[in-house]
Write a protein that binds this ligand. Structure first.
Ligand SMILES: Cc1cc2nc3c(=O)[nH]c(=O)nc-3n(C[C@H](O)[C@H](O)[C@H](O)COP(=O)(O)OP(=O)(O)OC[C@H]3O[C@@H](n4cnc5c(N)ncnc54)[C@H](O)[C@@H]3O)c2cc1C
Length: 494
């Protein structure tokens, strides 16, 4: 077999994840090189994940006891949302990662949720019904030798350290690491990418290119002129300011997403520090105003701690795979950090690409099927994120009022919200639209009932005895018993 060259441009988390997964999957005649520029650098944020990241470590053969200390990582059982709703009793809720036990307990949440939507005083706040919510509340790690059921969990980590670890892994699998800056991209007469030309004269010719150049989109967007479809009309945030603080006293295995005046802030506990960041819209406030608001919230107005300001471009490329180039990571698109889905999409993009590659399908057909799938994933996840803003009930700033008034929703999201308000089964609508793979019923239910999207409390009718089937308090205390019995490890400092 002829040797073939695959060149990855970009050494951020996306680039190194690609390097590892491709090194494991491609036939031996493919030589993989990764080129990055320290002058340009990486984005350096991205500390939260979804449970799918566990599959990456499994594939790489990295045990938690090995990689977690190296990356200052902690466990994550879900996300606590604070202050996104002003409805009495709904000022916070937890979006849990699922466990098998939820299949039973969640029935109460769904049943009571329907009753509440139909105007009855059922207890439909989601937090009582899910194991992960109770784990976080009791500060227990999602680790058990005795639990007779499986559960999902994820991690928080230092993005820079994770990048270094993935780099070592990829290099040990034979990936060549090059440090240089691409200044020019040459195309073949047919329009494919032929070679990358660097500032010091180095030329890299390749057969296939993976664009992991971050928001620069150096190959797919710049060189191949692939259009970018912006999500800015219904995701208003376009900037962030990040600041690290010392580890807290009583950390919980959760990300906390707290609504701010013009966006929201994350709180992510690592073993070495707490990551904080305010994601906001520059249409409403300046970078200085955002930093001041964040510092005030954290009690750091006069503290001598440095911050990092970042710009964000939300949206996706029209097609992630065009010609002999695949874009992955921020070069491919970004939804926004809420729900921490970026690395999930990186993994899915590379894995899907590898499936098509290994199936040996004809290039054009494979590309079309692949692009359609990836675009569906981006748009489906976007709708769930957009919903967090759309259903907010804050009225304190123009930012929140504009989000609530947003009419630029996809048809899919509009229909889903209409079904919720009508009191009909959300599960049927998710099935009808075939969108449960983006976010399942559990996630939609937690979001909408967590915000208290129900008829006015004053108008609720008492719950008839024959419908008092699920008692939230009883379910919560049973779950707490299970947690105490099967999850003995407490999350301590860091
Ligand atoms: C505020 C914020 C918060 C986020 N939080 C999360 C989160 O909690 N969870 C999550 O999953 N994701 C999160 N993300 C997204 C996450 O940071 C990225 O998906 C992840 O870091 C991957 O980035 P990347 O590798 O695509 O790009 P980058 O890290 O920007 O890397 C780009 C690479 O390309 C190289 N490069 C670019 N141009 C050239 C050139 N001309 N020549 C040579 N090299 C070049 C750079 O040197 C660099 O190595 C967040 C993003 C932002 C903005």
């Amino acid at each position: 077999m002829q040797p073939q060259q695959l060149i990855i441009l970009g050494g951020g988390t996306a680039g190194w994840i690609c390097a590892n997964l491709l090194a494991l999957a491609l036939p031996a005649n493919w030589q993989i090189s990764l080129l990055e520029s320290p002058q340009i650098g990486t984005i350096g944020v991205g500390e939260g994940a979804t449970p799918q990241l566990r599959l990456l470590f499994e594939k790489l053969g990295l045990a938690e006891t090995n990689w977690m200390p190296q990356c200052h990582a902690t466990y994550k059982t879900g996300i606590r949302f604070q202050g996104w709703s002003t409805k009495a009793g709904f000022d916070h809720y937890f979006h849990p990662f699922p466990s098998a036990i939820d299949d039973e307990t969640a029935k109460g949440c769904y049943f009571n949720g329907v009753l509440r939507r139909k105007g009855m005083a059922a207890d439909a706040h989601p937090d009582s019904y899910f194991l992960a919510s109770q784990l976080a509340q009791l500060r227990r790690l999602p680790l058990s030798d005795t639990a007779p059921f499986a559960l999902d969990y994820a991690y928080h980590f230092d993005a820079g350290l994770l990048g270094k670890l993935l780099q070592q892994q990829a290099v040990s699998r034979g990936v060549t690491h090059l440090v240089n800056q691409v200044s020019q991209v040459r195309l073949t007469p047919g329009g494919d990418i032929a070679s990358l030309h660097c500032v010091d004269g180095l030329t890299l010719a390749g057969d296939f290119f993976v664009d992991c150049s971050g928001f620069h989109g150096r190959l797919l967007q710049q060189a191949l002129a692939e259009p970018f479809i912006s999500y800015a009309d219904n995701l208003f945030n376009n900037a962030a300011v990040a600041i690290a603080t010392p580890v807290g006293q009583q950390p919980r295995p959760q990300t906390t997403a707290t609504a701010m005046q013009y966006g929201w802030r994350w709180h992510i506990p690592l073993t070495s520090r707490v990551g904080n960041g305010y994601v906001y819209s520059q249409h409403y406030i300046s970078a200085d105003q955002a930093e001041t608001e964040l510092r005030r919230e954290l009690g750091l107005l006069d503290a001598d701690i440095s911050t990092r300001h970042l710009q964000m471009k939300v949206g996706r490329v029209a097609n992630s795979w065009q010609r002999n180039c695949l874009a992955v990571g921020l070069a491919q698109g970004f939804i926004e950090p809420l729900e921490a889905t970026a690395l999930l999409l990186v993994q899915e993009t590379v894995n899907r690409f590898i499936q098509h590659w290994q199936a040996g399908q004809p290039a054009a057909g494979a590309r079309q099927a692949f692009n359609q799938y990836i675009n569906g994933r981006f748009d489906g996840i976007r709708d769930y994120i957009v919903c967090h803003y759309k259903v907010n009930s804050r009225t304190d700033t123009e930012y929140w009022r504009a989000n609530a008034a947003n009419q630029q929703l996809s048809d899919s999201l509009q229909q889903l919200l209409a079904v919720w308000h009508s009191g009909e089964a959300l599960s049927d609508e998710l099935r009808r639209q075939q969108i449960g793979q983006h976010y399942p019923l559990l996630s939609w239910q937690c979001l909408l009932s967590g915000y208290g999207i129900f008829p006015d409390a004053a108008s609720l009718k008492p719950l008839p005895p024959q419908l008092q089937r699920y008692h939230a308090g009883h379910i919560a205390s049973q779950l707490q018993q299970l947690v105490k019995q099967h999850f003995p490890q407490q999350m301590t400092t860091g």
